[in-house]
Design a protein around this ligand. Sequence first.
Ligand SMILES: *Cc1c(COP(=O)(O)O)cnc(C)c1O
Length: 388
Amino acid sequence: MDSLELFVRDKLEHLEAQSLKRTLAETDRFAAALTRRDGKVMISFCCNDYLNLSHDRRVIDAANEATQRYGAGSGASRLVTGNHPLYKTLETKLAAHKETEAAVVFGSGYLTNVGVIPTLIGPDDLIVADELCHACLFAGSQISHAKLVIFRHNDLDHCAELLEEHRAQHPRCLILTDGVFSMDGDLAPVVELAELAEMHDAWLMTDDAHGLGVVAGGKGSSFVTGQKARVPLQMGTLSKAIGVYGGYLCASQAVVDFIKTRARSFIYTTGLPPGAVASSIAALDLIATDAELVAKPMAKARLFTRALNLPDPESCIVPLIMGDADSALAASQTLAEQGFLVTAIRPPTVPENTARLRFTFTAEHRNEDILRLVEAVRPFHRGDKDAA
Ligand SMILES: *Cc1c(COP(=O)(O)O)cnc(C)c1O
């Protein structure tokens, strides 16, 4: 066997022994959070399609119409010929929704973070990041070669301490946080972070992947106090509540103009298919106008947490910490046998010994199904500490 084969087979064996090997399961998704896996129909509580818009007729029709009119693919980078007319509409609507001057759409949320961060921040600069930031914020930080210091999760004092210690040695500084933390479902103290950032002449960038369409009436994590927090860089994804695919940054006009000129993951990649942009526009219109729909995922999550005596959720993501990877996998398997699809999240996605079941609630989940899920989950739930 050659060295490549030996290398990967050894790695795989090692991962398998620790229950950390990841495999793909073929999954058919339908409306109302139904899925089919291995021939079995299950109710999914692990999808980020919080408003079920990926299966909304109006959103699908928008994709179909744009595909008929503009074609299946965009044909080139946006700076070459891939900038079909739908982009302008989507970017204008995103900026209006987030109350910023401008917005720029990328190929995905991941591409947004690995593009924006190194465009604004370089090797001499400083990045101060929450320890539970999403992997792609750390990927963008690494690409920037800036000095990266990490504060304890949501710990403002620790963040301030690090700024006092390091800020003066660097010309520019970026503070990074998720607005809604993807594996814990809690909110960042965005208003206080914005104040800290201003005090230290640092730039705050929030990742609102799980906020848009769900928290603060769908406007996202910068609006949870009822007023717009001063966040100069708000990024997010079109793949979660929007239900489609793509990423975006909302910022000032000058920042957006600069990003469009310099971000490598914007320049050297093909524009999104027209159908993806058109359907994102339709979904965003629904989020901006249908308050009743937007309120549903949080209400569904609350039904679950209250029935289990857990703290009220801050988003529609609810974790149940199991500890080791084997227990999380076994619990997930037991729930699957009862018709509930809930994935086990294991390290390195989450810290060691915090393997968990991660439940996400969506607008179309039926209350009676949530209450059945509650009964199925009870045996794994050993008290409120599990939710911490
Ligand atoms: C999903 C996610 C991303 C990546 O977005 P994609 O559009 O799926 O690439 C970025 N940040 C957070 C917090 C996420 O949950």
